[in-house]
Design a protein around this ligand. Structure first.
Ligand SMILES: Nc1ncnc2c1ncn2[C@@H]1O[C@H](COP(=O)(O)OP(=O)(O)OP(=O)(O)O)[C@@H](O)[C@H]1O
Ligand SMILES: [Mg+2]
Length: 307
């Protein structure tokens, strides 16, 4: 998709095509997994965590004829935590989902604009959907581990889907490393074979972070990851984010202004005023946005005057 398509709801054909591409890619992975003679797929040892820059250019989005985002451009620099703030319904989650090709899963959804990861278009038909999702991971508001699956198996659940090949030794090491990086190892190392559903909410969210990290993403998207958690679990996850950022670029949606200030170096304020589609009002250095915002609407929002 190109910026020239912005503002124009294109036919859903491109989404259908990319859905087919995605399904084809997933099917291809399973085929390869069954076919042990195949040499395709990445080996774990070839992958190393390295943060990437994500660039959104002129992103517009629709559900049916309802436009929810209008020409949003934002650079999310490598190794930086960017927070997205703004009132409910202004399109933050939609924007985040567009960053890893989840928007297209909604049948009526359309978009225009482009998303580049280190300069490469994630909607390029040459790039597999599974590859885009491996490089750009997502953690949701509600922790969603596979409840009956063991903690160990939850961590490695994404490997087969993304076509990453691992030996048994590598798998053990990956589980440990991912849980350490997610700040959960010490709490679960003695019960790796217990079900993921038996963990507390905060632990489950860190398990989901570990699962995302196991496929070595270069960007991690987090949609209100702490909104269902108590202050202590929230703190642990915030510390985890700050430790991760040298390895993975993080984009977090949050309604918690203190959280945005504690964890993010860059901040973007989204607003959809009076029925207009969501757009970025102001973005930049987090401290400056909170201390001396340029736009009076940003001032009102960060000071709790609306939203
Ligand atoms: N699946 C969908 N079908 C139709 N409309 C949708 C869908 N998902 C979101 N929308 C609409 O798109 C707009 C943006 O929603 P979105 O969830 O991106 O907002 P948000 O900023 O994340 O809000 P919140 O802070 O409440 O999570 C809203 O008007 C919402 O009603
Ligand atoms: Mg949302």
């Amino acid at each position: 998709m190109t910026t020239s398509e912005a503002k124009k709801p294109s036919m859903a054909g491109s989404f259908v095509d990319s859905m087919k591409d995605g399904l084809g890619a997933v099917k291809g992975v399973f085929t390869r997994e069954r076919d042990s003679s195949s040499s395709s797929g990445s080996r774990l040892s070839e992958l190393k965590p390295e943060p990437a820059t994500l660039q959104a250019n002129n992103i517009s989005a629709w559900f049916g004829t309802h436009q929810v985002l209008d020409r949003v451009s934002l650079e999310m620099p490598a190794g930086v935590i960017t927070s997205l703030i703004g009132p409910s319904g202004c399109g933050k989650s939609t924007f985040l989902r567009i960053l890893n090709r989840m928007h297209e899963l909604v049948p009526s959804a359309q978009l225009a604009g482009e998303v580049l990861i280190d300069g490469q278009d994630i909607y390029d038909p040459e790039l597999r959907l599974t590859q885009a999702r491996r490089e750009i991971g997502m953690v949701f508001q509600k922790p969603n581990p596979f409840p009956a699956m063991s903690i160990y198996d939850n961590v490695v659940a994404g490997l087969a889907l993304t076509g990453i090949k691992v030996s048994n030794d590598e798998r053990d090491e990956l589980v440990e490393t991912s849980l350490i990086r997610a700040g959960l190892w010490k709490e679960v190392r003695d019960r790796l074979r217990s079900p993921g559903g038996g963990l507390s909410g905060g632990q489950q969210q860190r398990l989901c972070i570990a699962r995302s990290l196991a496929v070595m993403p270069r960007v991690l998207l987090m949609d209100e990851p702490c909104s269902a958690l108590d202050p202590t679990s929230t703190r642990v996850i915030e510390e985890t984010m700050l430790e991760l950022v040298n390895d993975v670029t993080i984009v977090i949606v949050t309604h918690n202004m203190q959280q945005a200030q504690r964890v993010s170096q860059q901040c973007a304020f989204f607003l959809a005023s009076q029925g207009t589609p969501g757009a970025i009002v102001e973005y930049g250095d987090t401290e400056a946005m909170f201390d001396s915002p340029i736009d009076p609407r940003t001032y009102d929002y960060v000071n709790g005057r609306f939203g």
